[in-house]
Design a protein around this ligand. Sequence first.
Ligand code: GLU
Length: 306
Amino acid sequence: MARTNKKVANISRKELLKPVKRAVVKVGSGVLTAKNGLNMAVIEDLATDICALRKKGFQIILVSSGAIASGLKKIGLSKRPQSVSQQQAVAAVGQSSLMMAYEKAFGHHGQKVAQILTTRDDLTHRRRYLNARNTLFTLLSWKIIPIINENDTVVVEEIKFGDNDNLSAMVTNLSESDLLINLTNIDGLFDKDPRAHKDAKLIRVVERFNRKVTRSASSIPGFLGRGGMASKIKAAEKVALAGVPTIIANGLKPRILKRIFTGKEEGTLFLPQEMTLCSRKHWIAFTKSPKGEIIIQSRQFRGADQ
Ligand code: GLU
């Protein structure tokens, strides 16, 4: 069982974030889309903060959802279609709008961006995984902001990341980032769904990934994207096991990234765990899909069977 790293349990956020040089920022569909399409005000705000951080020497990798949500709005559909091929077509329509929006927003700051579309299959083969890593590091060394999404248009169920929360955890490990920021459309992890309960309390710090945390998270479903709070907690746990903290915060709050990086108490902070896995073991545990199964049959059961 992993334990909270005692060295970080009692220090301030500012202190905890001091060693951060490289961070993954995941932005959900509910943050990026408004009533009539992409939420340009939010995208401009994120671009402003990311460019300011880059100028200060931080390396930021963006994991962006929003392809399907923006595709739906562009086509004029009120909900996700049922068939896989239609969903994939919607993603293809939306992904280009999404990148165009980022190009425009980052372009206002003279900042170049790059699109990376990936599948779980790409990252389960060690060579392809290392190749993706080299590409990412090359972009960062060229001071270009990588913008990553799942390649929804070609991906099939068996090789899906499932949701971009999971993808962002894998990218955090792949890129050896020091922090994962998961921006969603509520303030963080609450003890119950704040959209249904007025007395819901925001949990400021999570030290352990126990049942209480899982229970709070599973009561908060997502609306637009695939993952609700539960998948965000799973992602936070995965990176915590690699010794990396996560902050889940409200991406609709203006200047949210600036506020987080200046040590403001935004959202919920998930502390890194003490028993951490090295990068290769982390990849085996969380990126590769299990093949085969182990069946353990107790002696007592075997006896009854014979
Ligand atoms: N890749 C999906 C999209 O861009 C989002 C998946 C998710 O919301 O987790 O629409």
